[in-house]
Design a binder for this molecule. Sequence first.
Ligand code: AP5
Ligand code: ZN
Length: 208
Amino acid sequence: PRILILGAPGAGKGTQSAKISEEFDVEHVTTGDALRANKDMDISEMDTEYDTAREYMDRGELVPDAVVNAIVDEALSQADGFVLDGYPRNIEQAKELEGMTDLDVVLSLDVSEEELVHRLTGRRMDPETGDIYHLEYNPPEDPAVEARLEQRDDDTEETVKERLRVYRENTKPVIDHYESVGVLERIDGEQSPDEVWTDVEATIEDAA
Ligand code: AP5
Ligand code: ZN
């Protein structure tokens, strides 16, 4: 299936996408991870205000559309089924996506703002596997993993605030758009990860 997963920063898109990719055997296409892997690549020839993705990401701003459109276009052209995470983040990107592919399911993970801040500031990443943890909600069992955990550069309190502002201003209208055309499947993202997964899995199975 071709799956789009929407939601605010910290809503659990990466956590659920990893499960979706495994269980439904689809490609996890994520602009956030793709950009983080190439943070310092020179993008200035695309007529951007800053020279690297890092400068946008560390501020909590959106990286220019031309950069992310190219990433997604390339990744989707190589994928049969996919779960798309982190794109589209504004109405222009949503229009661009329409020209690239059809979608079988559009999911939205709904989580309150207070909980989002708590999830983002407590998140830790395993740099070796890319696995996502949380200091309280989902700590690693293996002490060797615990010792190498890292915080994402944009998970500071100040950048989190800006990311949530950008979300409300640019990305929320994208979710409203899918809602208004009647394809949006809302999921209560504030439940435990396993409960969210139960709902996500059932929704995809119903649609696909
Ligand atoms: P991106 O990497 O996409 O970040 P984001 O959208 O802000 O989302 P996150 O990755 O922070 O959260 P998530 O929903 O994946 O949550 P997670 O599963 O990790 O983008 C980063 C930056 O890249 C952007 O700011 C922008 O600069 C740039 N960018 C990316 N795409 C772009 C685009 N299309 N256009 C322009 N710029 C773009 O979970 C969060 C935490 O909560 C974890 O600790 C996890 O363990 C925990 N958790 C998850 N689920 C639960 C649960 N059910 N209960 C309790 N805890 C949970
Ligand atoms: Zn993510």
